[in-house]
Write a protein that binds this ligand. Structure first.
Ligand SMILES: [Zn+2]
Length: 199
């Protein structure tokens, strides 16, 4: 299946707000899901607002594949194309922006808003992992530098390649809990695949 993009058991049909800046690449392989925090408030509409910023006349020299908040997942750049989110890893990665701040505490990441956000983001990450056969393992800087495949953060990408100073989604982001949510979501997709519900 490598190099052959799988079809999901359901087409998520996320709303699209196309980012202004990305690099056309028509990739046939993805190695990394890279997690970010948007540095934007935890409120409904934040995913749409940040996606609109990526899309607009005043767009930054940045983009991501997806923006996620508690209620919506917005697709900004098609996965085969390269978004500009984590220098060093952009060519191999899918970038996912989560509403909230890198400075959030552990309890901030467990409030009702973040609970919905993380459940929604975990489904998206599971879909990316399933589609591109990305292992559901957490990668730190040494694994990134060794070209391993898996799930990582902007912070680890920055530490690995020193091309950015960003440390999001922050020291208190509940990575292990999130990986558990991804695993659960992945098992649902994979079970549907085994039942022949996926081509
Ligand atoms: Zn980031």
């Amino acid at each position: 299946m490598m190099g052959d993009m799988r079809t999901l058991p359901y087409d998520p049909k996320y709303p699209v707000i196309s980012a202004r800046h990305f690099t056309p690449a028509n990739r046939t392989a993805i190695d990394l899901a890279v997690l970010h925090s948007m540095e934007a408030p935890e409120k409904p509409g934040t995913a749409r607002a940040v996606a609109s910023w990526f899309a607009g006349q005043t767009a930054p020299q940045a983009s991501a594949h997806y923006c996620v908040d508690n209620l919506e997942t917005i697709a900004c750049v098609p996965e085969p194309q390269v978004a500009w989110h984590a220098p060093g890893a952009n060519g191999r990665g899918v970038g996912i922006e989560l509403a909230g701040y890198a400075a959030q505490s552990g309890s901030d990441w467990r409030d009702p808003y973040s609970t919905l956000l993380l459940a929604r983001a975990a489904v998206l990450v599971a879909e990316v992992c399933w589609r591109w056969e990305v292992p559901r393992v957490l990668l730190g800087p040494p694994q990134l530098l060794a070209s391993s495949r898996g799930i990582t953060t902007h912070r680890s990408v920055s530490e690995a390649w020193k091309k950015s100073t960003h440390t999001d989604p922050g020291a208190n982001f509940p990575l292990m809990d999130f990986l558990g949510l991804v695993e659960t979501a992945f098992e649902v997709i994979d079970r549907q695949a085994m039942q022949g519900l996926v081509k």
